[in-house]
Design a protein around this ligand. Structure first.
Ligand SMILES: Cc1cc2nc3c(=O)[nH]c(=O)nc-3n(C[C@H](O)[C@H](O)[C@H](O)COP(=O)(O)OP(=O)(O)OC[C@H]3O[C@@H](n4cnc5c(N)ncnc54)[C@H](O)[C@@H]3O)c2cc1C
Length: 465
């Protein structure tokens, strides 16, 4: 894997725009390049496109979308930038953040109107760092549907998709202009494809254990719950071509991955009044202070485990809209008790522990004040029997550091000059999460994939048009 500079072959086939990776970023880039009237191919290592995009909830944040305006939400780029800066303690790149604020809304509108990818504004995930409702979700509320909608749109737009095509190397000249790609196909067949511009949509490096250990040592031993094909290929090629990278220590984590079933426990259960205890039956944190950063305190608990505690009323409400909640039931991950004592027994928690924590929450709610972790339950109905629980652990979802790009999604060198014909987006590019796990705002991952993907595809298309 790397950059080949000697013995550049005669390419049998050549295409104006090549894109590596068929997740949300690559497919959106393909649509944007096709809109510029140029031929494009998306190369994907898997048999069918999946990526972290399909594993996700499919929620994309967007600013000043038609959906927001139709619901009377008065959002602004300034408010988005301010939210990102608060969340990241001013560590996010202000220019990139503003670009995403400006372009995310028009990009979601363009996908809906021109390419029949309709995402609806969601009100279940309000707050959590966004000062306005900004999350846009596909009708079926999952990432698999988002990817299918994008793939269908690509087929209609005439963007070619080649699956089972692992790009192993790039060919480049002495000026770091990408000339083509080396592709491995099933049965050891090797193909070489020339290109005029290349978009890197290979996501981050969560599936590359060496890179995780180097850049994010605190998660070196944690579970990785993103797509295994995200091995940092695009980032490594970019670096070999002389690109700058930023925020390589940043990542999105989650403290509520069902253990051992590996299904994400829907967060609305906690937003609406559920809480976390460790295996000693003790609460240990403000459950909503930081969704991404929650993986750290969870992993610090005995055995790196915790329990999400909620009640059957919330469970049934969640079942209506959450695929994950249904899956949790199917695999038997949800424990149940008619009383706190029964649930404690079902979970192997110390006698009286859940009842004590619940009483503590209720007394702060009744007094109209935040609890000992500064979380307020005021306005939320108390949990009522029967009660439920799911055992969880902390995991790494996807990395947030990557290649530095400019307003046209061109990959930049450390001195700020752009590489001649290289573009990047999604998890392959530096995000707007700052340098820490705590800087990740909900739905920014797909926002970076779709918004930068659209910009990269458009710019690459223009370069070749
Ligand atoms: C469980 C989970 C839930 C999430 N929920 C959300 C959410 O609701 N909202 C949100 O904004 N973000 C969410 N995220 C993050 C989000 O999924 C990612 O930020 C986003 O999918 C990145 O898109 P992408 O196109 O960059 O990468 P991907 O969708 O991962 O696509 C990259 C593709 O590149 C391919 N590839 C890599 N290297 C090569 C190569 N050498 N040759 C050929 N192909 C290659 C891979 O096989 C893969 O298909 C979630 C992540 C996880 C894991």
């Amino acid at each position: 894997m790397g950059i080949i500079r000697d013995h550049i072959p005669e390419f049998e086939f050549s295409i104006p725009v090549a894109i590596v990776g068929a997740g949300a970023c690559g497919l959106t880039a393909a649509l944007a390049a096709r809109d510029q009237g140029v031929d494009v191919i998306v190369l994907e290592r898997d048999k069918r496109p999946w990526g972290s995009t399909s594993m996700s909830l499919g929620a994309v944040c967007g600013v000043r979308t038609r959906e927001q305006i139709a619901h009377g939400i008065d959002d602004s780029v300034e408010r988005f930038v301010a939210d990102v800066m608060v969340k990241t303690c001013n560590q996010a790149d202000p220019a990139l953040t503003r670009l995403i604020g400006e372009r995310s809304g028009p990009t979601l509108d363009w996908l809906a109107l021109r390419h029949a990818v309709p995402l609806k504004l969601d009100f279940k995930w309000t707050g959590l760092g966004h000062s306005n409702p900004r999350l846009h979700i596909p009708p079926g509320r999952n990432g698999e549907e988002l990817l299918a909608l994008l793939a269908n749109a690509c087929a209609k737009a005439g963007a070619e998709l080649m699956t089972e095509a692992t790009v192993t190397d790039l060919y480049a000249d002495a000026c770091n202009r990408v000339l083509g790609l080396r592709i491995e196909r099933p049965g050891g067949v090797v193909e070489r494809l020339g290109c005029e511009a290349l978009v890197l949509a290979t996501c981050g490096f969560g599936g590359n254990h060496e890179m995780v250990a180097k850049h994010i040592p605190e998660m070196a031993k944690a579970k990785y719950f993103g797509h295994e094909g995200n091995r940092g290929d695009g980032i490594l090629w970019g670096m070999e071509l002389g690109a700058a990278v930023g925020d390589m220590t940043a990542y999105q984590g989650l403290g509520t991955l069902a253990d051992p079933q590996q299904i994400v426990v829907p967060h609305p259960l906690m937003i609406e009044g559920g809480f976390l205890v460790n295996t000693l039956g003790r609460r240990f944190t403000h459950e909503l202070a930081n969704i991404s950063g929650m993986c750290v305190p969870v992993l610090q608990q005995p055995q790196g485990l915790a329990w999400v505690i909620f009640d059957e009323r919330r469970h049934l409400a969640c079942l209506e809209h959450s695929v994950e909640q249904r899956q949790l039931v199917e695999v038997g991950a949800v424990r149940r008790g008619e009383t706190w004592a029964q649930l404690e027994k079902a979970c192997g928690l110390p006698e009286g522990s859940l009842q004590r924590e619940d009483a503590d929450i209720n007394s702060s709610r009744d007094a109209g004040r935040p609890d000992r972790f500064d979380r307020s339950f005021v306005g939320l109905a108390p949990l009522s029997p029967p009660y439920c629980a799911v055992r969880v652990t902390g995991a790494l979802f996807h990395t947030q550091g990557g290649l530095e790009v400019d307003r046209a999604a061109r990959v930049l060198r450390p001195d700020g000059r752009a590489l001649p014909n290289l573009y990047a987006g999604g998890g392959a590019a530096r995000s707007i999460s700052g340098a820490e796990v705590t800087g990740y705002l909900p739905a920014v991952g797909l926002c970076m994939a779709i918004t930068l993907g659209a910009i990269a595809g458009e710019s690459a298309g223009r370069q070749c048009a």
